[in-house]
Design a protein around this ligand. Structure first.
Ligand code: SF4
Length: 218
């Protein structure tokens, strides 16, 4: 695994590459954020951003989402994956917000995870992006980068990856690092064809060296 100095260097390289990394979903309040993140499961942020302007224009409060048959919500989001389940979850989530939280999005992990369709990752994004509470949401990009760069062990599950990152990264950097890890994974250390030859971290990246070796053999 990388030592403290190497982790610091990795974070600094990512900060230099992506100083302004931030969430790519469009939203303007915590309700829109939680719904956008819920919609983003198994689809791209670009696809979500295509459907949310119409959705958010028509539905501004939890009550609004409950004032129509679920098919109306489905119709807004039918271009993205799992739209039927997601539409159902949006209505359930809206009902819980009204019943348990006075119509507001809760600011606690426990409260967020009690909402339909909201797991730990979504809760972490909402805490960090919506409320400025330090958290590291581990998505597919964060997990891949953390493992390739040996911030954690290859066999770690998502929860272990999150815990290791929280231990190794200063708390005040959790939220921004989460976005930089996503950008680094999405645009540079991609699942297929990562940019190892031009990567500033190749000298400390065992996985990158393996990838380079394989490419030379071909
Ligand atoms: Fe990712 Fe390759 Fe850079 Fe390693 S060397 S961090 S695998 S792009």
């Amino acid at each position: 695994m990388l030592n403290k100095k190497e982790i610091r260097r990795s974070l600094d390289v990512m900060a230099k590459m992506y100083p302004d990394a931030t969430i790519e979903l469009n939203f303007s309040n915590p309700l829109e954020l939680v719904i956008a993140v819920l919609l983003s499961a198994q689809t791209t942020d670009i696809n979500v951003n295509r459907v949310t302007p119409g959705l958010f224009k028509e539905f501004k409060t939890p009550e609004d989402y409950l004032s129509v048959p679920v098919e109306v919500i489905e119709d807004h989001i039918k271009s993205i994956g799992l739209f039927r389940t997601k539409a159902k979850n949006i209505q359930k989530l809206a009902q819980t917000l009204i019943d348990d939280f006075d119509g507001e999005v809760p600011r606690t992990r426990e409260g967020l995870e009690s909402l339909a369709g909201v797991g730990r990752k979504t809760a972490n994004v909402v805490l960090s992006v919506g409320f400025g509470i330090p958290a590291i949401a581990v998505d597919t990009h964060v997990e891949r980068v953390a493992k390739r760069l040996a911030f954690c062990r290859w066999k770690d599950n998502v929860r272990q990856v999150e815990e290791t990152l929280m231990k190794k990264i200063p708390k005040e950097e959790w939220s921004v690092t989460h976005h930089r890890l996503i950008f680094f994974g999405r645009y540079h250390c991609k699942a297929r064809n990562p940019e190892c030859p031009s990567c500033e971290l190749l000298d400390i990246c065992r996985e990158g060296k393996k990838i380079m070796k394989k490419r030379q053999v071909k």
